[in-house]
Design a protein around this ligand. Structure first.
Ligand code: GLV
Ligand code: MN
Ligand code: MN
Length: 415
């Protein structure tokens, strides 16, 4: 089958989507349920309708766009990704998996492909943890890992809960109906940028993911004693920022201590109160993002970080509140889907290589609903979560072709 993937069209659409940002170009900031996010969703919704797909949205704003199969009673083959972007992000993370899936559907239709099973394109709500602190919000809820009660307890920095924010954004369907039953989909395959350097270094255009590393997040609040920066003497201070600084260094040391490149840990946010030039910080809030391909080693890393926080807190006379926001198991891609993606790459005349995803994706949670697979394309310089994130139009189009061929094979499976 010849597939007329239109590299210029998807490039144009990626450009348009990048225009929905709260940061000046080339950076993109798109936080869930903000006016910018809603504009991006409206743009994508219009493209999906134009492509003749039937749309459904759940109470969180997860969007399902369906291409009906010759046998509509069979479970659908699903694909998709996210539109939200972290502060000061690039423009390919997530968007390639949404617009790429749409281009895959259009190319398949133009090639005369008739799916036996329905095909569904899913746009997941809030894959990034920016607003509510937890990543993969929409896919977690679809997997039943976040219940309506837990969603109601999750609040943003202004105290707005997830249901309140979703309703204000126009998503009013019941949250009780969000979770999908296991087996809802026949399979799920996500196209994504690699976000690391391996494909570029190997000169290979297609990555086939075998597993996704296990992520965990901690929120730490350290409370010491504030006061006048001039009048309070150095001895006996209980400076919350200095305790946080020691904790951040302990996080780095804990990750390095495994001596395995698959262990990573990051302090991405550090806020101090009252944030005045001439006041001792009395409170510090910091986040820890800890990941490993091995769940046991990730758990040991989190335990060591917790112990280090207690040690620093006691020695510096600050109170430490530690909240484990999430500690998710890794996900394995289905061997049959790995093989299907490899066959699709070969059919497209493209070399592929297997790799592990150290970043997380909505696929991590779709793995609880059905068999999953992922297709990666190279990221220039291995760079992501930065404005200079880049994959060329040709690389995007190659990923689209492999995705399309994988979906076509899966959508032709009678059982
Ligand atoms: C996804 O954005 C991740 O942080 O891995
Ligand atoms: Mn991301
Ligand atoms: Mn992503």
């Amino acid at each position: 089958m010849e597939l007329p993937v239109d590299a210029a069209r998807i490039s144009r659409e990626l450009d348009t989507l990048a225009g929905f940002t709260d940061d000046p170009a080339p950076a993109v900031t798109r936080v869930v349920y903000t006016p910018t996010d809603l504009k991006a969703r409206a743009y994508v919704r219009a493209l999906l309708r134009e492509a003749g797909l039937t749309l459904r949205e759940d109470g969180l704003g997860n969007l399902f766009a369906r291409w009906e199969g010759a046998r509509p009673e069979l479970s659908a083959v699903a694909t998709g990704s996210h539109l939200d972007a972290i502060p000061h992000a690039g423009r390919f993370d997530g968007t390639v998996g949404v617009l790429g899936a749409l281009e895959a559907f259009r190319a398949l239709r133009a090639a005369g492909f008739v799916p036996l099973r329905p095909l569904e394109l899913v746009v997941f709500t809030s894959e990034e943890p920016t607003r509510f602190g937890v990543g993969c919000l929409g896919s977690r809820a679809l997997a039943g890992v976040l219940t309506p009660e837990q969603l109601a307890a999750l609040r943003d920095a202004d105290g707005v809960s997830v249901p309140e924010a979703a309703r204000a954004a126009g998503f009013t369907a019941p949250l009780e109906a969000v979770a999908l039953r296991a087996g809802h989909f026949h399979a799920f395959v996500e196209l994504h940028i690699e976000q690391g350097p391996q494909l570029e270094a190997a000169g290979v255009p297609i990555g086939v993911v075998t597993a996704i590393a296990a992520p965990a997040t901690l929120h730490l609040t350290l409370t010491g004693s504030g006061g006048h920066a001039g009048a309070v003497l150095m001895r006996g201070r209980r400076d919350a920022l200095l305790a946080a600084a020691e904790v951040a260094l302990a996080v780095e040391a804990a990750a390095l201590a495994t001596e395995d490149p698959d262990t990573v840990a990051t302090v991405g946010i550090l806020d101090v109160h009252p944030r005045a030039v001439n006041a001792i910080p009395n409170r510090a809030f910091l986040t820890v993002d800890a990941r490993d391909t091995h769940e046991g080693r990730r758990d040991a890393l989190v335990a060591r970080i917790r112990a280090d926080v207690q040690e620093v807190a006691e020695r510096r006379g600050v109170a430490a509140e530690v909240v484990l926001v999430n500690a998710d198991p890794p996900a394995a891609c289905d061997p049959a889907l790995v093989a299907a993606a490899e066959r699709a790459a070969a059919a497209a005349g493209l070399p592929s290589q297997r790799l592990v995803s150290r970043a997380y994706h909505d696929t991590l949670f779709m793995a609880r609903v059905c068999r999953v697979g992922m297709v990666f394309i190279p990221s220039q310089g291995g760079v992501s979560h930065r404005p200079d994130e880049y994959s060329s139009p040709q690389e995007v189009a190659q990923g689209v072709e492999v995705l399309a061929r994988t979906l076509a094979a899966l959508a032709s499976e009678p059982d």
